[in-house]
Design a binder for this molecule. Structure first.
Ligand code: MN9
Length: 291
């Protein structure tokens, strides 16, 4: 159940000026992302604005990405939804389009018992027969699963591991140590190096849409014992993240890609346009580092 590769971009979804999904802009975005050396794409998650899209839109994006990129890289479909039925339907789309793996946030908005969450994951895993990665992002899902509960979910052999988008490196290490056969991908880009040092299998993040090479290089610097270089690269990434926290991460990333000539359009409302001052800082960083 090992998933090929370790560095996956949490792919943005290109929109047109009316905030409709722009399927034609998917291939150039993927070309750009893959040119930076990442191993694959995580499609339709938080960075892909999946939670702002209808089931039909999410299915269309999964299909369009697969039809362009299936033979080019590893593809992971995010299928998490508020209802089990929607998540299962998306898992079926992922399977029909030959995705390598699927992933899901726990059902959000309503508070559910652990038994209900467990049954949701079981239903998704059964229908797709693909390796399933739990997407742990408590700040956005509102569901901060305990170490015990995450380990219990991972007893299901179809569950391949966790995308861990939080900042608790102690919990991350405990999960890693207690589930040695599973795969752990870190999702907080600004702490990628620290997670790699404590034993992550890789990362899945939003800033990889723009600077995937930085994370590929941090990983290889760490593997060859060059801590100084790894630290410098993490600092480069963090200078960008610091600015993105001012623009808003997704609106800022979309602005950055548009600015360097990879058209992805705006984010869907209620996401706001970044402020003028924050855009200026971002463009200065881009001019210095990417143009
Ligand atoms: O899951 C992303 N998290 C969110 C991945 O979208 C909330 C991260 O890649 C962050 O955007 C990144 C910047 O804070 O770490």
């Amino acid at each position: 159940m090992k998933i090929p590769g370790s560095i996956f971009a949490a792919m943005l979804t290109p929109l047109d000026s009316n905030e409709q999904i722009n399927l034609d802009a998917i291939p150039p975005l993927i070309q750009y992302i893959l040119s930076k050396g990442v191993d694959g794409l995580y499609v339709g998650g938080s960075s892909g604005e999946g939670m702002l899209q209808s089931l039909q839109e999410r299915s269309a994006v999964l299909q369009a990405v697969a039809s362009y990129a299936l033979d080019k890289c590893t593809l992971i479909a995010h299928v998490g939804a508020t209802s089990t039925a929607d998540a299962v339907a998306l898992a079926e789309v992922a399977k029909a389009n030959n995705y390598t793996a699927i992933s899901a946030v726990p059902p959000y908005y309503y508070k559910h018992s652990f038994e209900a969450i467990s049954a949701y994951y079981q239903a998704i895993a059964e229908v797709s027969e693909l390796p399933l990665i739990i997407y742990n992002i408590p700040a956005l899902s509102g569901n901060d699963m305990s170490t015990q509960n995450l380990l219990q979910l991972m007893q299901n052999s179809r569950i391949a591991g966790v995308k861990y988008t939080a900042t608790d490196l102690f919990q991350f290490q405990q999960l890693r140590a207690q589930a040695p056969d599973k795969s752990f991908y870190f999702g907080t880009d600004e702490m990628f190096l620290s997670a790699a040092a404590i034993g992550s299998d890789g990362g899945i993040g939003s800033t990889y849409n723009l600077i995937g090479d930085v994370y590929v290089n941090i990983q290889s610097a760490l593997r060859s014992g060059n801590i100084q270089q790894a630290r410098e690269l993490q600092c480069t990434a963090n200078d960008l993240v610091q600015i993105l926290l001012e623009t808003g991460v997704l609106p800022g990333l979309k602005h950055a890609l548009n600015f360097i000539g990879v058209p992805v359009g705006p984010c869907r409302k209620p996401f706001n346009q970044p402020s003028k001052e924050s855009i200026k800082k971002l463009e200065v960083w881009l001019a210095k580092n990417l143009l």
